[in-house]
Design a protein around this ligand. Sequence first.
Ligand code: C2E
Ligand code: MG
Ligand code: MG
Length: 710
Amino acid sequence: MEGAQSANVTIADPERGAMRFGLRAKFIVTVLLILTVTMAANTWYFVHTSTQRQEQQLRERGHALGRLISLISPQAIIAFDYLQLNDYTREVSAQPDVVYGVIVTPKGIPISTYIRGADAATRHQAQAARPDDLVETLRRLGGEADLLSLDFPIVHNDVELGRFLVGLSRGSLHKEIHRQLVTQLLLLAAVVLFLGAAIYTVFRFNVLQPIQKLITASRVVARGEYAVVDVDSTDEFGMLARAFNAMASEVKHKQERLQRQANFDSLTGLPNRMMAFERIGLEVQRAKRQGERFALMFIDLDNFKDVNDSLGHPAGDRLLVDIGARLKDCMRACDTVARLGGDEFLVVVPTFSDEAEIERIAARIAKAVSEPQLLCGRKVVAKCSIGVAIYPDNGESVEALMANADNAMYQAKAVHSGSAMFFTEEMNTRLRERVLLEQGLDAAVEQGQLTLFFQPVHQTRCGRLKGAEVLLRWRHPERGFISPADFVPVAEASGQIVQIGDWVLEQACRCWSAWRSAGIDPGSLAINISSVQFKRNISERLGRLMAAYGIPPHALELELTERVLLEDHKQVAEEFTKLRALGVRLALDDFGTGYSSLSYLKYFRFDLLKIDRSFVAGLPDSLDDASVVKAILAMAAGLDLEVVAEGVETHTQLQFLSAQACDYAQGYLIAKPMDEMSYGKYLQELNAGGAEGAISRLMGGVAARDAISF
Ligand code: C2E
Ligand code: MG
Ligand code: MG
């Protein structure tokens, strides 16, 4: 309402004058025209009837005089009493408006004449005639338009004695008409003006003003602002104003709804990505002006997909809503908490004292996110990784800050999920590196820069070769060998791993069958399978390759990490069944480094466990590592799983493992990964040397018995 009022007063309205002129002028002209014509007709009628009436009165007076003289003059005529007749004519001529009175003989010869010389018309006509020619004078006067000339016979006993001629002037009649006309015109003007003003006032207040208010309010609404018009009448304009207000209010609600939809996340009610960008933009401007710093915190929930997969999307939504509310609660009112989409949130901290404060805020956020929540009867504890970018240290534009905070968050997730990390330039270098690797990988596959290496695995008990782990290598034309630890995660993130993994499977099958054809027993080949690749119907692909290259099932082992088990349990279980049907063995790689939920081991049946080399490295001196390795071995024995120890580099490690009945060992102590040809030779040597050769290889020259008795 206020908006509408202020708009009425303040809005510059270029069309307003034209509009007012248009409608107002048309109305005024029409009203004045109607009034003038009506009043003029009325006046004309009045003057016309008044003239007729006065003419009538003049004529009647003339008739009365005529009749009187006709009545009284016969005696004087008979008696030739001209004096008397002169008295009569003088008397008649003295009457108002009478110009002349003349008594003539039946032949028209004047016997008594009286002409009033004062009358202008008479004087003029009289002067035109000869002074002694009365007949001529009367004839002329009779032709005068302003003169009413009457003629009465003077009769006695049916004998005409003469005639009485009387002339009455219409001069006073004209004067009277003129006076009345002037009065009428003045009256007409006054009435027209008064009525015009009255009608215009009514028009102005009842039509013009409401229309102008509506026009002004429409302009305000058209500008996207809200305006209503005052409604103080119940007529059609009142109804129009009410309809307009209803429309404006609907427009306002729609605008608000659109605004909300465009700027706020419909699930959590928090500002969305667009709004977040806008706020950061404003913060950048403010901080620049005031020479201040502000922080951007990119928050990503860890393994949120699991909640969706295992408990369903409604539960996932509830968790997001709840986390959004908790984030808002744990921040100050001046901070912005937004949901960027999916499981990503963003916090803008406009003021902070130092990095330590940001760390405290990050800890508060992590705590708030990890508050246990009951979803579908299950206690869910969410975790998040946080990336921090600071203006202007880590970027001066919204895009740079967002990208860097995102980058920092990814690093935090990669290094240790559930942690917070500040952006550093080194992260950017890593990111660039990552992009380069991703681009280079395409060429690597096409140009045959990928190759397979083989690292032997031996039994710790007798030194016999079990087989080899197949390890991928990228022979980069400029950078030399690139470790799979560097490029496999990149290939996994980009999806290139599916094609690469396929290539590895085929090459491994080809190599096995080539050695076999050469009469060498290559043992089993353990192939690493990425979780991304595992999901793509690996059993079917493997089945086809095994058939194509004639590979027996016991010759292949697939190494999976715990990541695979985090995916859709049902799908994983189905794939496990299919792989088992093929007869290939399944190994759980890097055991101890991932989520290591023991329930997985019960649920998914593996044949082998591979103890991660990080536990082997501390053996035998590190009590912790020794305890973990012993515990894993005990558990594996209980579950009837064979165990491979990775990264065996020293004799003491090997001795410890063998003493603890670890089935197999793999590591630099025995052999480093080698290319196809070298491994072929390795196999040949082993085949030639028999069990002795294998044991001496395993022990690296140390007597096997000594080692085992450790
Ligand atoms: P992983 O499966 O645990 O492989 C064992 C890694 O330990 C190999 O690293 C191997 O060279 C290294 N290693 C073996 N013995 C020793 C030792 O005594 N000392 C030390 N320091 N290291 C040792 P590599 O070849 O760099 O592979 C790294 C990881 O890349 C592998 O870990 C595996 O997870 C992945 N990877 C390798 N090839 C493939 C592949 O074809 N497909 C997939 N998806 N991943 C692969
Ligand atoms: Mg492996
Ligand atoms: Mg491993």
